[in-house]
Design a protein around this ligand. Structure first.
Ligand code: NAD
Ligand code: TDX
Length: 331
C-alpha cells in the first residue's frame, strides 16, 4: 500500500509514521508537511531513510493532486492544532484546517483514493463536570474555539463529500493525546519541560478542567484499525477512558519528578476554556475490536517524562520562543 500522510512531521503524525514503518513493512510512506513552527523533520530522523518526505502545503492543489494520484490511501493529520494560537490569530486555522481539507477532498474525489480524516473530540463542545454523559458520534456539533470550529468545518466537508460525491472516507475524533514528540506549547510537555528547567508548572484558571488522556500509540493503532476495517462514511470516536483534571495531572508530574505536589502556579484562564471532554469509544471497541495498550496513565506519563529528559536536543530550540508567547498572553 502507498500511503500519503499529511502532517507527518507533527506530534501524532510522526508517531504514526514511526509505528507504520516499524510494524508494516508492506506500506510505503510519503509524508507531506509544510514544516510550520509545529513541524520538525528531526521527529522523522529515526525513519528518514525508509520514507519519502515532501515539504509542502496541503492547500497547494497542484502538489496535493500529484501526491494523491500516486497514493492508495491518505491519512490527513496536518492542521493548525493549538487552541491558544487560534485565539491570537484564527486565520491560519481557517486556511489550513478548512481550505487544506477541501483541497485534499477534491484530489481524493478526482483519483478515487481512500481517505481517513483525523479530527478531535473538541468538535462536540464541552460537558459539565458532573454530567454522566460522554461524547458519541451522535452528539451534536457545538465547537467553542476558532481551532475546534475549523476542525468541525473540515469534518462536515468530509461528510458532505462522502454523501454527495461518494468518496471512500472515514473519520475519527480523538481525545487529548500525550507521548513523545509533542510540541512544548501543549499542556503536558510544557509542564514537564518547565520542571526540567526549574520553573513552576502553570495551571489555567482553577485547574478543574478535565481532559480524557490517551497515549499517542493507542490513537494511532485505532487509526490503523479504522483504515483497514472501518465502514466507509462512518465516524469513530477514539478514547481510552483517561479522564483526569489538569490539577491532578500537574500534581502527578511534580510527584514523578520528585518535586512538592503543590509547586505550581495558577495563571489566568484561557478565554472560552472548555470544561470537560469525555469519549465513549464503544463503537470502535465493539465493531473493530480495538483496545488501548497504555491503560495506566501514571506509567505512560512516567515514560513521557523520561523521553523529554532524554531528548532535550529535540525540544530545547522551541522552549524559549514558546514561553515568550505565553508571557504575552499572561499565561
Ligand atoms: P501538530 O501541531 O503537532 O502537528 C501538525 C503538523 O501539521 C505539523 O508538522 C505542521 O508542520 C503540519 N502542518 C500545519 N499546517 C500545514 C499545512 N498548511 N500544510 C502541510 N502541513 C501543515 O498537531 P498534532 O497534535 O500532531 O495533531 C495532528 C492532528 O490530530 C490534527 O488534525 C489535530 O486536530 C488532531 N488531534 C490532535 C489531538 C491532540 O491531542 N494533539 C487530539 C485529537 C485530534
Ligand atoms: O500551560 C497550560 N496550562 C493549562 O492549564 C496549557 C498549555 C494548557 N492548560 C490546560 C488547558 C486545557 O484544559 O490544559 C488542558 C490541555 O491543554 P492543551 O494541551 O492546550 O490541549 P487542549 O486545548 O485540550 O486541546 C488538545 O486536545 C484536543 C490539542 O491541543 C488539540 O489539538 C486536540 O484537538
Amino acid at each position: 500500500m502507498r500511503l500519503l500522510v499529511t502532517g507527518g512531521a507533527g506530534f501524532i503524525g510522526s508517531n504514526f509514521v514511526h509505528q507504520t514503518v516499524r510494524d508494516r513493512p508492506d506500506v510505503t510512506v510519503t509524508v507531506l508537511d509544510a514544516l510550520t513552527y509545529a513541524g520538525d523533520e528531526n521527529s522523522l530522523a529515526p525513519v528518514r531513510d525508509r520514507i519519502t518526505f515532501q515539504r509542502g502545503d496541503v492547500t497547494d492543489s497542484e502538489l496535493v493532486d500529484a501526491l494523491v494520484r500516486d497514493s492508495d490511501a491518505v491519512i490527513h493529520f496536518a492542521a493548525e492544532s493549538h487552541n491558544d494560537n487560534s485565539l491570537s490569530d484564527p486565520w491560519p486555522f481557517v486556511q489550513t484546517n478548512i481550505v487544506g481539507t477541501y483541497t485534499l477532498l477534491e484530489a481524493v474525489r478526482r483519483h478515487g483514493t481512500r481517505y481517513h480524516h483525523i479530527s478531535t473530540d473538541e468538535v462536540y463542545g464541552d460537558l459539565e463536570l458532573d454530567d454522566p454523559a460522554k461524547f458519541t458520534a451522535d452528539t451534536p456539533y457545538n465547537p467553542s474555539s476558532p481551532y475546534s470550529s475549523t476542525k468541525a468545518s473540515s469534518d462536515l466537508l468530509v461528510r458532505a463529500w462522502v454523501r454527495s460525491f461518494g468518496i471512500a472516507a472515514t473519520l475519527s475524533n480523538c481525545s487529548n493525546n500525550y507521548g513523545p514528540y509533542q510540541h512544548v506549547e501543549k499542556f503536558i510537555p510544557r509542564q514537564i519541560t518547565n520542571v526540567i528547567d526549574g520553573k513552576r508548572p502553570k495551571l489555567y484558571g482553577t485547574g478543574e478542567n478535565v481532559r480524557d488522556w490517551i497515549h499517542v500509540e493507542d490513537h494511532n493503532s485505532a487509526v490503523w484499525e479504522i483504515l483497514q476495517r472501518g465502514k466507509i462514511g462512518e465516524t469513530y470516536l477514539i478514547g481510552a477512558d483517561g479522564e483526569q483534571n489538569n490539577k491532578d495531572v500537574v500534581e502527578l508530574i511534580l510527584e514523578l519528578t520528585g518535586q512538592p505536589r503543590d509547586a505550581y502556579d495558577l495563571v489566568s484562564d484561557r478565554p472560552g476554556h472548555d470544561m470537560r471532554y469525555a469519549i465513549d469509544s464503544s463503537r470502535l471497541r465493539d465493531e473493530l475490536g480495538w483496545v488501548p495498550r497504555y491503560e495506566d496513565f501514571r506509567d505512560g506519563l512516567a515514560d513521557t517524562i523520561e523521553w523529554y529528559r532524554a531528548n532535550e536536543a529535540w525540544w530545547r530550540p522551541q522552549k524559549d520562543i514558546t514561553e515568550s508567547k505565553y508571557v504575552e498572553l499572561g499565561r
